[in-house]
Design a protein around this ligand. Structure first.
Ligand code: SAM
Length: 296
């Protein structure tokens, strides 16, 4: 292993006082699209990585932890898996996971940034693994906000794989009460809205708690869950929302039956993992129960 000074570094800043340094083996691409800055690089520990606006989006060696968590608890819970909608999802790995369920008739993915999607197809084809060529996939390059206003379809699950709602991100306009109502209106009976929902680390969960508080005003069941994602160097949180089903309380046998139907083998998610990721520590439950500001 070469010494530290032989590397160049990708430094992810979590806060002005917290950084994670990733050594760079190879930089494939660095540039700006109309919407965000993009880097595609390879690190010794995590393999290839997609970085948008300085934030790691996923890494080759642990992306399945993130993408299986985002997709499968929700899909295991919904009544009808025929039509699925993904908001964002640039790399195509969320699409890949959805299409592993043979009963999906169509999965629509709406990402604002066609350049990011093309860069992922070119440099990170392992993520989508052929999903974009699946006849059941419908890719729309456009703003998910506009799509939700115009679309009249209904979906068993709406999966939000957007960048974090930071003030300067193109995803920020998708986090408010009006959009949550639009999403709710797009859900088929028994449907679930699931979203990647920022960090749940003990030191940095304010944004996640704000998201959960906001969603509780719109859905009967709002269940936070999280797992450690090593490339993010953090506990990563998700939220499953529904008026019909409490995803946290899903029966283990129903999960096993769903997982058995998936094409190929899971890396991370099964009934035991489900119990673990929905079992929240006291400090997080306390934070989630506190009053505070919300996306309105
Ligand atoms: N894993 C991720 C993370 O850690 O934040 C999210 C993955 S995915 C790469 C995020 C995608 O959301 C990007 O491809 C970005 O172009 C897309 N996106 C952001 N704002 C959007 C919007 N308003 N409409 C549709 N897609 C959007």
């Amino acid at each position: 292993m070469p010494k530290t000074e032989h590397f160049q570094w990708y430094v992810e800043e979590f806060a002005p006082t917290e950084f994670h340094h990733h050594a760079i083996d190879e930089l494939y691409y660095a540039g700006r699209t109309a919407f965000q800055s993009v880097a595609v690089l390879r690190t010794p520990t995590f393999g290839k990585m997609l970085v948008l606006d300085g934030d790691t989006q996923s890494s080759q060696h642990d992306e399945k932890i993130y993408h299986e968590s985002l997709v499968h608890p929700a899909l295991a819970a919904v009544r009808d898996r025929g039509e699925i909608l993904i908001l964002g999802g640039g790399e195509g790995a969320t699409l890949r996971e959805v299409l592993r369920y043979p009963g999906v008739r169509r999965c629509t993915m709406v990402d604002i940034d066609g350049e990011v999607v093309d860069l992922c197809k070119r440099y990170l084809p392992e993520w989508s693994d052929g999903a974009f060529e699946d006849p059941r996939a419908r890719l729309i390059v456009g703003d998910a906000l506009a799509f939700l206003k115009e679309d009249r379809g209904t979906y068993g699950a709406v999966i939000s794989d957007l960048t974090e709602p930071l003030a300067d991100s193109p995803s920020f306009p998708l986090f408010n009460g009006e959009v949550f109502r639009d999403i709710r209106a797009r859900l088929a009976p028994g449907g679930v809205y699931v979203l990647q929902a920022s960090t749940a680390g003990f030191h940095n969960m304010a944004l996640h708690a704000k998201m959960a508080r906001s969603l509780r005003a719109h859905f009967t069941h709002v269940a936070s869950f999280f797992t450690h994602v090593p490339a993010f160097d953090n506990d990563w949180a998700f939220i499953a929302c529904s008026d019909a089903v409490d995803v946290a309380a899903l029966d283990g046998r129903a999960i096993d039956a769903y997982v058995d139907e998936l094409r190929g083998e899971n890396y991370f998610y099964d009934a035991q993992t489900h119990r673990r990721i929905f079992s929240l520590p006291l400090y997080l439950r306390r934070e989630l129960a506190k009053p505070g500001d919300a996306f309105v």
